[in-house]
Design a protein around this ligand. Structure first.
Ligand code: SF4
Ligand code: SF4
Length: 233
């Protein structure tokens, strides 16, 4: 049987010129379903959203309290052992700063965020020169990349990083930690570990490793927990 198909009928040019099909193709807008009265008010969807919100309010939280104040341990954010948080400057048993202003940390710092000005080396009563001390010791925490190179470089085990991570500053200048702040960090961190300012425990031992954390001092520190709650991350 001979084919009688008319190709001119399918030719888009013919169709565009108004020949062939009499009706324009249906646009997506034409195919849109007509909304009902209630759909047009959006009220059912708003109500469904509210019901969902109410249901979620009574479900256990799937977030972790990062400040660590939640009474349920499984809900607290706990930094990993060895976590590199805020720096602190260490003191010895006589409460003297251990830093000797050797500039090794500031030289090693890839972010160039440590500023040190060394004081003159003091002379003791026997005329002997003692170790230098810093006159100025500042870390710009906004520039710091928390790499820990300063801690590695220090020959005197004088600087370390605590597990404190919740820094909040409202001014840029507050993010520049001076010596006073870094020594205060030491006191607070040692206190939180029940250690003396020089890092000594009740038995007279120094349980912290030079970088700040040690296996003997866990004080609740555990490896970083991820996804402790259903579907949590
Ligand atoms: S942690 Fe790294 S970037 Fe921060 S002060 Fe130390 S060396 Fe510099
Ligand atoms: S913290 Fe350590 S490396 Fe840095 S200046 Fe003091 S002694 Fe030197």
């Amino acid at each position: 049987m001979a084919a009688t198909h008319n190709h001119a009928h399918d030719d888009p040019r013919t169709m565009m010129a108004g020949h062939g099909h009499d009706h324009a193709p249906e646009s997506p807008r034409d195919r849109e379903r007509k909304l009902t009265f209630w759909e047009r008010t959006y009220l059912p969807e708003v109500f469904k959203g509210l019901v969902n919100t109410l249901k979620m309010m009574f479900r256990p939280s799937s977030t972790i309290d990062y400040v660590g104040r939640d009474s349920r341990p499984e809900q607290r954010h706990i930094s990993a052992v060895g976590y590199r948080g805020e720096h602190y400057l260490k003191v010895d048993d006589q409460n003297n700063i251990k830093c000797v202003a050797c500039y090794m940390c500031s030289t090693a710092c890839p972010a160039e965020c440590i500023t040190i000005v060394g004081d003159e080396a003091p002379v003791d009563e026997f005329g002997a020169q003692r170790f230098k001390k810093p006159q100025v010791f500042e870390i710009d925490m906004l520039k710091c990349i928390y790499c820990g190179m300063c801690v590695e470089a220090c020959p005197k085990d004088a600087i370390a990083m605590s597990t404190t991570y919740n820094q909040v500053q409202t001014k840029r200048s507050d993010a520049i930690y001076d010596m006073q702040r870094l020594l205060k960090n030491n006191d607070e961190f040692m206190q939180s570990l029940n250690l003396s300012p020089s890092g000594k425990d009740a038995t007279g031992k120094y349980p912290l490793s030079p970088d700040g954390c040690g296996p003997d001092v866990t004080h609740g520190l555990q490896p970083f927990r991820v996804g402790t709650r259903e579907g949590g991350a």
